[in-house]
Design a protein around this ligand. Structure first.
Ligand SMILES: *Cc1c(COP(=O)(O)O)cnc(C)c1O
Length: 402
């Protein structure tokens, strides 16, 4: 009887995503465990000094040190690569480690980057503060405007960097058009796909070069660990990203990799149900608040584009109240079931006021330019029964006079 210890890419890449999310990348040890083994080890022992030398020179395949390789971490990387349709993937300690590595590994002083205006606060810190400090020029544009990318190109433009849907304004970027412009000009497009995950949106199929993740969000999906990942061609991952990460060390811990492996098993199920729940809650809120930006609702200005490139809307959206920060905070304070929390992608419903939390570090001027208003509230719709969520929102809205 043959025990399946490894996997053949030519077979696993033909599996449907729900199958890949459960079985992709699994490598069994000599014990034949069904659930992935957790290898809590920093080092590896060799049978002889010659083997050690051969591992370091690359003549022998095998692991040398867990900053560079770990069996549990590799299982996760292979699983994410399969889901993404990428040749290769490297996981990172956090989403921000993934974004930082994906950009710094390929940029140098004198280069230019074009970035999306609406973005996770720390991603804006990278483009606005960190990169310029090292002599990398950045231009920030409204990423909903495809032409703005083309207009911003300079002879030294190396990277387009954006997220879609974007945090927190739910701006949608036309992946096919923008990645097409990047290709035409020899520019590398780096897409932060945290909100959609590969189940709902696969940027590489639209011509993106690199996909970067916060796996903390939907991939873990239960609010337990921080993790990140970067996926792309084998050439990019092995020859551009790897020299940077193996020497700077933003490595994911095997334990966190194992938790994300377990999270991925239910990703397909969770994100589809959370998308349905999010639509139910969105339809309710649409009747009660002055403004809602929900990619799954026809009232979103880019609804058609969002639904063209995403299989479903995902769990996150924003809405606005007219009474600014005071009313937004009062609404959050009146919640009974939904938690006040700035995390997203959790199976619990969570709400936050971006301008005083996730985007606190972005100047007021930039927040307003991005569209992050004082009355804006972001919600992550979880796996609870949507009727209970709607009842909670209903009583909280009444409590603040809405
Ligand atoms: C959360 C998030 C990040 C950062 O990820 P961490 O895992 O918290 O470091 C980056 N981009 C987006 C869009 C996010 O939502």
């Amino acid at each position: 009887m043959k025990r399946r210890t490894g996997q053949d890419r030519s077979i696993t890449q033909k599996w449907k995503p729900a199958t890949q999310a459960i079985r992709g990348g699994t490598v069994r040890s000599e014990f034949g465990e069904t659930s992935e083994a957790l290898f809590l080890t920093s080092g590896y022992a060799y049978d002889c000094a010659g083997d050690a030398a051969d591992r370091f020179s690359g003549e022998q395949v095998g692991m040398t040190y867990s900053r560079l390789q770990n069996p549990t971490v590799q299982m996760l990387e292979e699983r994410i690569a399969l889901l993404e349709g990428a040749e290769a993937c490297r996981s990172m300690a956090t989403g921000m480690a993934a974004m930082t590595a994906a950009l710094l590994c390929q940029l140098e002083a004198g280069d230019h980057l074009v970035g999306g205006r609406a973005a996770f606060g720390s991603c804006r810190w990278l483009t606005d503060t960190l990169l310029p400090k090292f002599g990398i020029e950045t231009t920030i544009i409204d990423a909903r405007d495809t032409q703005a990318f083309e207009d911003a190109i300079r002879p030294n433009t190396k990277v387009f960097f954006f997220e879609t849907p974007a945090n927190p304004t739910m701006d949608v970027v036309d992946l096919e058009a923008v990645c097409g412009i990047a290709r035409k000009h020899g520019i590398t497009s780096v897409v932060d796909n945290a909100f959609a995950t590969p189940v709902l949106q696969r940027p590489l199929e639209y011509g993106a070069d690199v996909v970067a993740y916060s796996a903390t969000k939907m991939m873990d999906g239960q609010g337990r660990v921080l993790a990140g990942a970067v996926a792309g061609t084998a050439e990019f991952i092995n020859n551009v990203l790897l020299p940077f990460t193996r020497n700077t060390g933003p490595t994911l811990s095997p334990f966190n990799a194992w938790v994300v492996l377990k999270g991925l098993e239910t990703l397909d199920l969770r994100i589809r149900r959370q998308s349905e729940n999010s639509l139910r809650v969105g339809r309710f809120l649409e009747t009660r608040v002055p403004r809602i930006l929900h990619p799954g609702l026809p009232s979103h200005p880019q609804h058609n584009l969002a639904m063209k490139q995403m299989e479903a809307c995902g769990p996150i959206f924003v809405f606005e109240v007219e009474g600014g920060r005071k009313q937004a905070h009062a609404l959050l304070d009146a919640l009974g079931l939904i938690d006040i929390s700035n995390n997203i992608g959790d199976s619990r419903s969570l709400m936050t006021h971006p301008s005083s939390t996730t985007h606190y570090g972005v100047s007021e001027e930039k927040r307003l330019e991005m569209g992050v208003t004082e009355g804006m509230i972001r919600i992550n719709v979880g796996l609870e029964d949507p009727d209970d969520l709607i009842a909670d929102l209903d009583q909280a809205l009444r409590a603040v006079g809405l």
